[in-house]
Design a protein around this ligand. Structure first.
Ligand SMILES: Cc1cc2nc3c(=O)[nH]c(=O)nc-3n(C[C@H](O)[C@H](O)[C@H](O)COP(=O)(O)OP(=O)(O)OC[C@H]3O[C@@H](n4cnc5c(N)ncnc54)[C@H](O)[C@@H]3O)c2cc1C
Length: 523
């Protein structure tokens, strides 16, 4: 079936929903269609815990927030973009408050401003440790009353339709009917989130398979800084537990890291031990795991705090771990570092504009220059908010002048129903395992070259099978995972230094001049 709409938004996290709401306001005569791969709530935004970084009181200043962002970005941020985004955050947060978000307050009735690693001031607004869930639910409530916005769930975008660096729409798999629709639009916006599923361990939900970045790459968009994948040091390790973060606050309360024999190790890596910065702790755990060949290390709060304290301070972690028969008041928690945030993405300006005409990218899929070589904690939700607002403003001024052009239906190829799901799952497992081990927290030239050889084999295999098999979500995701994995590997190989979160033992120092890495088709 063919659909026509004025603006097609792919993705329903903070970026996609904010864009839809603001565009409905600024361009009330345009039709907006927003699609999501699974249910509307399933996205990185929903799982965000810490909060949103915002200069909120007179003790703090934009200058300080900007400097903290630049320091984290380690020479690779675009200073102008950092200034523009950070200074617009309070306006957007006030609007969220108007829309119904009730950020947590302290006893005096003032907002309880949290402090996180890398921030020189208390500036994290939060709704306990469920900030993302509250934001997502509020935005969903708001978007549902916008008359010119239509929402469609379980629609998996497969590919964009582009000619000569101009985008006309997208092919989309309806996962309920198994039909492939072509949706033509005046403007197409990718707000598809991160790509954590490329790694064996990730804090991201299953939808985060880098689809938007891969689709944009195939359409000819420039991709930047993909070697900078941020890892969170402590994710629950359990065969049935997917993507559960153990909050850093637990280390703040004295929890210690131990190998599986019970030996502490952080003293070997940093004088602050467990309280060292996030990337140092991740690197230390990764080094221990590579040295011992073990699958996990332990985070032990039980021997440091009494059961009552643990239950009242960490009810979420306590209850989640109990589901897996781990009583954290008695037992240490098995953990691994996990892929958390994609600092690179599709190169855009502050309005989400790419080098492909009528194609826009927002949020975690975009690389605006805010994060540089490492993201400052709680700076990503606000980037989504500000850039989505800007995108709505800029699109509303030009959208009426663009004509919709219909394009040819999807050519199904042989469309053989896949009887060999094993090929797909084998390739998935392979990619995620070698990305974790060779292109993860600690890299070497040799590991990167090994990964490159393996990804080439898999890409070749996928290319051959892809066109024979009937299109299914797993296959779409596999192809995207492989494409984004290749982009990360090539970007990591091209960086002959260690900077921010890219750490290569063979190039331990920084180059004199900081350089943004850019990837364009072909490799
Ligand atoms: C556990 C966790 C904790 C975090 N904590 C914080 C925090 O405290 N503060 C902070 O600032 N950031 C935090 N982050 C990061 C932040 O949540 C994300 O960067 C941000 O939510 C990304 O928003 P987004 O709109 O770009 O994408 P998302 O919210 O991930 O939304 C992506 C959307 O794209 C859709 N999609 C993907 N592929 C397709 C496709 N092929 N077809 C159709 N739809 C598709 C998905 O269905 C989804 O609707 C955290 C992330 C995680 C995982």
């Amino acid at each position: 079936m063919n659909y026509k709409t004025d603006v097609l938004i792919i993705g329903g996290g903070i970026s996609g929903l904010t864009l839809a709401i603001k565009l409905a306001e600024f361009a009330p005569n345009e039709n907006i269609l927003l699609i999501t791969k699974e249910e509307l709530e399933e996205c990185n935004t929903f799982y965000a815990q810490g909060g949103v970084a915002c200069v909120w009181n007179e003790k703090d200043s934009f200058k300080k927030h900007i400097q903290d962002t630049l320091d984290a970005g380690d020479g690779l941020c675009n200073e102008e973009i950092v200034g523009e985004i950070i200074s617009k955050v309070p306006e957007r947060i006030n609007e969220l408050i108007d829309w119904g978000i009730e950020f947590t307050k302290n006893k005096d009735g003032a907002y309880d401003l949290g402090r996180e690693g890398g921030h020189s001031e208390r500036r994290i607004l939060h709704v306990n440790d469920l900030t993302g869930e509250y934001i997502e639910k509020t935005l969903i409530r708001k978007v549902k009353i916008c008359k010119n916005v239509e929402l469609k769930e379980n629609m998996c975008a497969i590919n964009l339709y582009t000619r000569n660096l101009k985008c006309y729409g997208a092919y989309v798999l309806n996962q309920i009917t198994n039909e492939i629709h072509n949706i033509s639009a005046k403007a197409i916006v990718l707000a598809t989130g991160g790509a954590g599923k490329i790694y064996l361990y990730t804090s991201n939900p299953d939808v985060a398979s880098g689809d938007g970045i891969a689709m944009a790459y195939r359409a000819g968009a420039t991709i930047a800084n993909m070697e900078f994948y941020q890892f969170h040091p402590t994710c629950l390790y359990h065969p049935y537990a997917k993507s559960f973060l153990i909050t850093e606050a637990m280390r703040g309360e004295g929890a210690i890291l131990k190998d599986i024999k019970g030996n502490q190790f952080m003293q070997k890596y940093h004088h602050l031990k467990e309280l060292a910065p996030r990337d140092i702790v991740s690197r230390a755990i990764d080094t221990e795991l590579k040295k011992t060949g073990d699958d996990y290390v332990f985070l032990d709060i039980a021997s440091k705090k009494d059961p009552e304290f643990i239950k009242t301070h960490f009810p979420g972690v306590y209850n989640k771990c109990l589901e897996y028969n781990i009583d954290i008041t008695k037992d240490p928690i098995p953990i691994v570092p996990a892929a958390h945030y994609c600092c690179g993405g599709v190169l855009t300006d502050i309005n989400g504009m790419t080098n492909v005409k009528n194609l826009y990218v927002l949020g975690e899929s975009a690389c605006t220059g805010l994060h540089g070589a490492n993201r400052l904690a709680s700076n990503s939700l606000v980037e989504g908010l500000v850039c989505a607002y800007n995108c709505a403003k800029s699109l509303s001024k030009k959208i009426t002048d663009i004509k919709i052009k219909e394009f040819k239906p999807w050519e199904p190829g042989n469309a053989i129903p896949s009887t060999e799901a094993v090929i797909i799952s084998q390739n998935w497992d392979e990619i995620r395992r070698f990305m974790q081990n060779y292109v993860g927290i600690v890299r070497t030239n040799r590991r990167l070259q090994r990964a490159n050889k393996r990804i080439n084999l898999i890409l070749d295999e996928i290319e051959r099978y892809y066109w024979d098999f009937k299109i299914e979500k797993n296959l779409v995701e596999l192809r995207n995972l492989a494409t984004v994995a290749k982009i990360i590997i090539v970007s990591a190989i091209s960086r002959k230094e260690s900077r921010g979160i890219h750490y290569n033992i063979d190039y331990p120092n920084k180059e004199r001049i900081a350089r943004t890495s850019k990837i364009e088709k072909p490799w």
